[in-house]
Design a protein around this ligand. Structure first.
Ligand code: ATP
Length: 440
């Protein structure tokens, strides 16, 4: 269960500890854009690495791609984004607030009154969510291009290149992690809805007759990923899109939702996109976007099963689930981030109990050895209790204290972040002990 009632406390911890900052903060910030600080970038990288490794190593026939953000403008005509990637925008004539018409409560729609001030609302105008820019040296004379609003199209247009060069046969998949941009009308809820974000997408090309089966397989496989990064099953659920909610390209669609402090909300979309995309690109480019059936040697348009996850939303889910404020038996308080060790930004902290008697030097030696294989942190400053609290807030699963016993008996003491229990082991066993518990 998430311990948070809103994102407020998380926003403050994220800033205080260097997980996430408002972009361009010294200039007053820019709306709906965020920067990942030293701890945040490690957390996010772990989320991406585990996803990438699961896709390209655990399953057969999935290869990677890193396509450009700027693409030929025709891509967005073929994909339907120029005509259809719009939100219905309404403004309040009185207080000037802006809303997405499709998110307004029924009574506001019937009476066309602003939910904030009851002023009159304008008619809806369609607003395209793609960011436009110009390519070329001369202002006004260049070609209009777009920042990609999804990474998927980079995969579709490279379907033939990838299939031919990596000698794939259907079924196979292409995985990609990259930035996407959407000029969202109503961004907000911290990093839940931003204008620049990162997606982790995998498109799996299958025989049309097997697409329902693959769709089910991918739903299950995606849950296994969330297990690995420590997201609890009780905080996840599938939501099916009803027939009226299906996107123009989709034959079937499920969202994986997470129980955020703002309520159940989408983390990832799993779609059976049929042969829509390949046929569209075939029509617009004139290139045959087909694969060969291995037994009959006949060409066909594969169907595509898409799994499209938001990296920033996954990080936000991890942060939300991890956050806990505890009152301890002695009445003191601590804030602890219960990250799964595999995603924790710092895996282990090395803390000399005192600086004198060579403890600091010995601790540094142990740290120096560990940091070559794991993200480790060395902290010699302040009372040991305070150093533990700092590591609890950073979500470091293990703290290792170096004391006189380390010199006399060659042992180290490991403190567990969640239980605060301690175990003592020979220092030679430390590396193996940690590795066994961190990388599952
Ligand atoms: P929503 O309904 O929340 O706008 P969507 O259905 O448009 O999302 P998709 O186009 O399916 O989203 O994109 C796949 C994933 O990318 C989403 O599940 C989400 O995790 C992430 N994503 C989409 N838009 C944003 C955004 N503005 N900010 C952060 N992540 C986003």
């Amino acid at each position: 269960m998430t311990q948070l009632e809103s994102f407020d406390k998380l926003v403050s911890l994220a800033k205080r500890r260097g997980f996430i900052f408002q972009s361009s903060e010294i200039y007053g910030g820019i709306n709906a854009c965020y920067d990942y600080g030293p701890l945040g970038v490690e957390l996010k990288r772990n989320v991406k690495d585990i996803w990438w490794n699961a896709m390209t190593r655990d399953y057969d026939n999935i290869v990677g791609l890193d396509a450009a953000i700027l693409m030929h403008p025709k891509v967005w005509e073929a994909s339907g984004h120029i005509a259809g990637f719009t939100d219905p925008l309404v403004d309040c004539k009185k207080c000037k607030s802006r809303f997405r018409e499709d998110t307004l409560p029924e009574e506001n729609l019937t009476h066309r009154k602003c939910p904030k001030c009851e002023g009159a609302l304008t008619e809806a105008r369609n607003f395209n969510l793609m960011f436009k820019t110009e390519m070329g040296a001369l202002e006004g004379a260049g070609t209009e291009v777009y920042l990609r609003p999804e990474t998927a199209q980079g995969i579709f247009v490279n379907f033939l290149n990838v299939m031919d060069t990596s000698r794939q046969r259907i079924p196979f998949g292409i995985a990609q992690i990259g930035k996407a941009f959407r000029n969202e009308i109503t961004p907000g809820n911290f990093t839940f809805r931003t204008r620049e974000f990162e997606q982790m997408e995998m498109q799996y090309f299958v025989e049309p007759e097997n697409s329902d089966e693959w769709f089910e397989t991918w739903k299950q496989r995606r849950l296994e990923y969330y297990d690995r990064i420590g997201i609890k099953r009780e905080n996840l659920r599938f939501e099916a899109h009803g027939p009226n909610e299906l996107a123009h390209y989709a034959k079937a669609a499920f969202d994986i939702e997470f129980k955020f402090p703002i309520g159940w909300s989408e983390l990832e979309g799993i779609h059976n996109r049929s042969d829509f995309d390949l046929k569209q690109h075939e029509a617009y480019s004139g290139k045959k976007m087909m694969a060969m059936d291995a037994t009959t040697n006949k060409k066909f348009h594969p169907f595509i099963i898409e799994t499209s996850a938001g990296c920033d939303r996954t990080v936000l889910a991890i942060l939300s689930q991890a956050y806990e404020e505890q009152t301890l038996e002695d009445g003191s308080e601590r804030t602890v981030m219960h990250f799964h060790p595999a995603v924790a930004p710092i895996k282990v902290a090395i803390l000399p109990l005192m600086k004198k008697d060579g403890l600091k030097e010995l601790a540094y030696e142990i740290y120096d050895d560990l940091k070559k294989i794991l993200p480790a942190f060395f902290d010699e400053k302040g009372a040991i209790g305070r150093r533990y609290r700092r590591m609890d807030e950073a979500g470091t699963p293990f703290c290792v204290t170096i004391d006189h016993d380390t010199i006399e008996k060659g042992t180290v003491t490991i403190r567990d972040r969640d239980s605060m229990g301690q175990v003592t082991i020979p220092k030679e066993e430390l590396k193996a002990w940690l590795l066994e518990r961190i990388y599952v």
